[in-house]
Design a protein around this ligand. Sequence first.
Ligand code: ADP
Ligand code: 5GP
Length: 219
Amino acid sequence: MDSASPADPHNMKRRGVLFVLSSPSGAGKSTIARMLLASEPELSLSVSATTRDIRKGEVDGRDYHFVSLERFREMVEERAFLEWAHVFDQRYGTPRAPVDALLAEGKDVLFDIDWQGAQQLHQIAGGDVVRVFILPPSMAELRRRLEGRATDVQEIIDRRMARADAEVSHWDGYDYVLVNDDVDACYAKVKTILAAERLKRSRQTGLIGFIRKLRTPAG
Ligand code: ADP
Ligand code: 5GP
């Protein structure tokens, strides 16, 4: 999707970035996503739909669209999802329409989705997609973070831990892999990746016109 970028002094057109953050649950991707969204006005979050229960502190429509299994199935039938997957015996999906609208507005879009979603999105949108995987420094620290977050009962924490190894095994399906030891350092790296990806020649579709003008005798 092409759009003029307000952050660019030459107002040159560029393709929006589909920026995927994945991690085993508890490694810190939501924390980093929140920091990124607060500092990047050109980046908007894709709010997924899920059949799982709402957690304390979550807001329907902001963190997720919390829907029934029946509604989720209807949305699948209506082809309302760009991608969807089973995660922890629940269903999670990326609504298609808001992503199209954000790209048309010239925004980059942030996706907090798992490896299955990252893979599907890459199949659909190829070079527009940037996939970043966040690892915990150790599995013991991952458990400490899940327990410290205090949003899930012990049984759910155990299930998330049991799945963590399988999640980590998909590390090679990503363009960038980071260890979230110090949250500020990891966030700085994610920001650097986004900045560099925005500058890629393949995204700077306005360059051709700019160069043509630059090379005319009066340019
Ligand atoms: P995820 O979205 O990957 O499930 P969260 O962002 O919810 O994980 O982080 C899980 C918990 O770990 C939260 O309580 C968060 O504040 C904490 N956390 C995140 N990054 C770090 C870090 N680098 N060091 C210590 N705690 C962290
Ligand atoms: P949580 O229940 O902790 O919010 O999320 C569980 C997992 O589901 C996380 O790995 C998260 O990234 C993933 N997830 C959230 N939304 C989507 C989605 O729309 N599609 C896919 N494939 N995964 C998602």
